[in-house]
Design a binder for this molecule. Structure first.
Ligand code: IPE
Ligand code: IPE
Ligand code: MG
Length: 253
């Protein structure tokens, strides 16, 4: 069973988000503003990843999920796509030791079949090397799309339970959730998108059902620990009703 589905039961929540999911956007504009190639923004963005992993670890976040490459990002110029792939490889090679030191378990979700053999092997090796860490689970969404996730989960469920194909009414949310790519994590409490756009861009569309959505104009390469604090302060001010009324919430406390 997946953990704490927000639609099947009201989840317990605290002042600090257990799971933070971030769309790291604005790398290209950060670079363009400085008359640099867009790729310079992606390279600088890696430093922001390091800062945010550390800041979330220190603040007691249990799951941090970062959108690194969407299923639609293949539409970009070939040169930019290939720089992003090389950067992913280089970062995996360089950073895994640091993740172990920080107690970070790494998971990569998305349709990995599109990546070359070397990258797939590196991903597996990094996941294995960090598998026993338990302070923070860092998930990188790579060639990930929310629609892909829902479809692959349905296909996997049907493969495991072919009887459902002829009895579709028997299928419910609780049966599907264990097959979603992030079944090991609770649903995100807080979603952050940097770069000023206010959209989901095919990120975790199933899992964001009751997530608090925070948007900031800050470009990803400029995102710092203090920006995490600002997002968390905003989060603490939200009333997470999950369909109930304010009066019902007040009566419980
Ligand atoms: C996000 O920054 C990084 C990826 C999508 C890989 P962008 O590259 O989308 O930057 P902008 O939105 O063009 O500024
Ligand atoms: C979303 O950003 C994907 C990642 C950050 C990896 P995009 O820059 O691709 O999103 P759109 O195209 O502006 O919606
Ligand atoms: Mg963008």
């Amino acid at each position: 069973m997946s953990q704490s589905s927000s639609t099947l039961a009201v989840p317990t929540t605290g002042p600090t988000p257990r799971h933070v999911a971030i769309i790291m956007d604005g790398n290209g504009r950060w670079a363009t503003q400085r008359h640099l190639p867009r790729t310079a923004g992606h390279i600088r963005g890696v430093q922001a990843v390091r800062r945010v992993v550390e800041a979330c670890g220190r603040r007691g976040v249990e799951y941090l999920t970062l959108f690194a490459f969407s299923s639609e990002n293949w539409r970009r110029p070939a040169q930019e796509v290939s720089l992003l792939m090389r950067l992913f490889v280089r970062t995996l090679e360089k950073e895994v030791g640091r993740l172990v030191e920080q107690g970070v378990r790494l998971r990569v979700v998305g349709d990995l079949s599109a990546f070359d053999e070397k990258l797939r092997r590196l991903i597996l090796a990094a996941e294995e090397r960090t598998a026993d860490q338990s302070a923070l689970t860092l998930t990188i969404a790579a060639n990930y799309g929310g629609r892909w996730d829902i479809l692959q989960a349905i296909r996997a469920l049907w493969a495991a339970h072919p009887e459902l194909i002829s009895q579709p009414d028997k299928m419910d949310e609780a049966m599907l959730e264990p097959w979603l790519a992030m079944a090991y994590a609770p649903e995100p409490d807080l979603f952050i998108r940097t770069g000023g756009e206010q959209r989901i861009s095919n990120f975790l569309i199933w899992q964001l059902a009751y997530t608090e959505l925070y948007f900031t104009d800050c470009y990803w390469p400029d995102f710092k620990a203090q920006d995490i604090d600002a997002a968390f302060a905003w989060y603490r001010g939200r009333e997470r009703r999950f369909g109930r009324t304010s009066a019902q919430l007040a009566a419980r406390s």
